[in-house]
Write a protein that binds this ligand. Structure first.
Ligand code: ADP
Ligand code: TRP
Length: 327
């Protein structure tokens, strides 16, 4: 049997370069490797774990599918679907919640951060977030998960759940591992922390045009451009990571050498970098237009994807129910 891969992105807004380099690039690489069966969803259930607007979610859960298709995920090679359309995910999450303690879930760094961000909305859904994510993965018995490094604590939970379900109920769940990409941690354009949808000014989206990319890069903080590279500030460090990701390691080394000698001219660096980023995004944007103008094709892909996903998910849920004494 082919090794299964599962990944998802929350339906909370437009995808950015962090999502693209940390998750989608890995999703694409595994889709094109015939040894894997790839299953990719939009995590719309996860979008309701923090405050949201109904009409925005309705749009976003579809837009993420269009971003996937535009980026090159192919319904002929991968199962593409929306999480809420396969109710087995939520059902399995409930069974899994019986083997995890409240204390374990409360101590997760990701939970603590979100509680800080939304002090009045620390819901049960938020506490259950990693359990639902584990159900997403294990309902397909997937062993490999292309996601950014920030998701590692969640994958640790999925491994714990797999071990517990195997020991207590004799299931055969794999312990999911992260599939890493060179862009597993894309820094914020502000120079502090990671690029994120929820931090204004931190991101470049997949639909940004050249002028927008240039404008966003121009705001990234820099320094005098000269000195000891080891002391380069956040903004400069971030720019150099982007250079490496979009223009290659040699170009980065050349800038690092310039920093120690004649100095870097940030205007030129940002100009060339913007061109390189746009060169990668342009074909994605062209493809997006084609899907936007053919909504029934998108509907058909989504319907077909959830149908295929449900067949696999239903088998796992039936097995779990039987082993837990519920059938
Ligand atoms: P955000 O943090 O912007 O809300 P999500 O949490 O929805 O993004 O992340 C979706 C996917 O993209 C996950 O696999 C996550 O690891 C990856 N990802 C998000 N931000 C980054 C980043 N800055 N660098 C690398 N990967 C990222
Ligand atoms: N938690 C992931 C994120 O914030 C999204 C996600 C939900 C996911 N379910 C998943 C990722 C299953 C991989 C596998 O990006």
């Amino acid at each position: 049997m082919k090794k299964r891969v599962l990944s998802g992105i929350r339906a909370t807004g437009r995808l950015h370069l962090g999502n693209y380099l940390g998750a989608i690039k890995g999703m694409l690489a595994l889709q094109d490797d015939p040894t894997y069966e790839t299953i990719y969803m939009v995590a719309d259930l996860h979008a309701v774990t923090t405050p949201y607007k109904v009409e925005e979610l309705r749009v976003n859960r579809r837009e993420v599918i269009i971003d996937y298709l535009a980026a090159g995920l192919d319904p002929e090679k991968s199962i593409l679907f929306q999480q809420a359309d396969v109710s087995e995910h939520a059902e399995l999450a409930f069974y899994f919640s019986s083997v995890m303690t409240i204390a374990r879930m409360q101590h997760l760094p990701t939970f603590k951060e979100k509680v800080k961000q939304y002090p009045d909305a620390a819901t049960m859904a938020l506490l259950n977030y990693p359990i639902l994510m584990s159900a997403d993965i294990l309902v397909y018995k997937a062993g490999l998960v292309p996601v950014g490094i920030d998701q590692e604590p969640h994958l640790e939970i999925s491994r714990e759940i797999a071990r517990k379900m195997n020991q207590e109920y004799g299931m055969d769940f794999p312990e999911p591992q992260r599939f890493k990409t060179p862009g597993e941690y894309v820094p914020s354009l502000t120079g502090e922390g990671k690029m994120s949808k929820s931090v204004e000014g931190s991101f470049i989206t997949l639909v940004d045009d050249l002028a927008t990319i240039k404008a966003k890069l121009s705001k990234a903080p820099t320094d005098s451009g000269k000195g000891d590279i080891a002391q380069a500030t956040g903004g400069v460090k971030a720019l150099l990571s982007f250079v490496e990701l979009f223009q290659g390691a040699d170009r980065r080394k050349a800038y690092e050498a310039a920093y120690k000698n004649e100095g870097i001219r940030y205007g030129d660096l940002k100009h060339d970098l913007a061109e390189a980023i746009y060169k990668e995004l342009q074909p994605i944007q062209e493809k997006r237009k084609a899907f936007e103008s053919d909504p029934s094709r998108v509907d058909q892909i989504i319907a077909e994807g959830s149908k295929r996903a449900r067949v696999i998910a239903a088998q796992t849920v039936a097995e779990v129910k039987e082993k837990m004494g519920l059938a």
